[in-house]
Design a protein around this ligand. Structure first.
Ligand SMILES: [Mg+2]
Length: 238
């Protein structure tokens, strides 16, 4: 008995830590915030290196609070606000994971429509998206903060449904590729999409528990490409 998988019509990607290493953005933001802190202080302390040191030791959460405590600087809300602003507003310099442009080109050449659903502050996500230089390869791009004129953050289903409408694949097989199990997959599964988890070793959510009972997981763009080639080439499985 063979379970027939219908041909895939579209692949929808997450952006951060799926198409590029989010650490690129975080490091750039911390360098920008470091310049702000050094300018704030009577004498510069090399704040960017302090922030990056905290990032390396404890990850991307509470970096400013931890660093200010280490430096013995009182937590002035106006200062923290300025640091956060510098972090978010810095012009990012991002490079996709090696092999991503080629993979997207392969999917397009196979007739697969490509979508993006990305979560977070719309202006920040737009700057990241522009910096990656991948937009010409995509048929639909959804910034969750834009949907319906208000914010429907992941894991709300609305941005994913909007992507399906824009791609013209509301009743056709779609594959969601993402790194964040709790945000990327529940809405995809609710829409009946297939899912594929990308677990790059240094990704921030690579150790998060999975929320799925099935669906593949890959650890590199090479493995992702192999899984996609297999899904496109094999009409049935099981
Ligand atoms: Mg992500």
């Amino acid at each position: 008995m063979t379970t027939q998988l219908p041909p895939l019509a579209a692949v929808v990607f997450d952006m951060d830590d799926t198409l590029y290493p989010e650490a690129q953005f975080v490091r750039g933001g911390l360098v920008a915030a470091g310049a702000v802190l050094d300018a704030w202080l009577p004498r510069p302390v090399g704040a960017a290196d302090v922030f990056l040191g905290v990032l390396g030791r404890t990850g991307p959460w509470h970096v400013f609070d931890t660093a200010l405590e280490e430096l013995g600087i009182p937590r002035d809300p106006a200062l923290v606000s300025a640091l956060v602003q510098a972090f978010r507003d810095h012009p990012p310099r991002l490079v996709p994971h090696s092999g991503v442009p080629e993979l997207l080109d392969f999917l397009r050449s196979a007739g697969i429509r490509l979508g993006l659903v990305t979560d977070g502050y719309a202006d920040v996500q737009r700057r990241k998206w522009a910096a990656l230089g991948l937009a010409s390869r995509f048929d639909a791009v959804v910034f969750t903060a834009d949907v319906g004129g208000r914010a429907y953050p992941k894991p709300r289903v609305e941005p994913f449904a909007a992507a399906a409408r824009m791609l013209g694949v509301e009743r056709l097989p779609v594959l969601m590729v993402g790194d964040h199990p709790a945000k990327d997959f529940p809405p995809a599964l609710a829409l009946g999409w297939e899912t594929l988890r990308v677990c790059h070793p240094d990704a921030y959510h690579s150790h998060d528990p999975d929320v799925r009972t099935g669906g593949d997981t890959v650890a590199s763009v090479g493995e992702l490409a192999a899984a996609l080639r297999q899904r496109l080439a094999v009409p049935g499985s099981g």
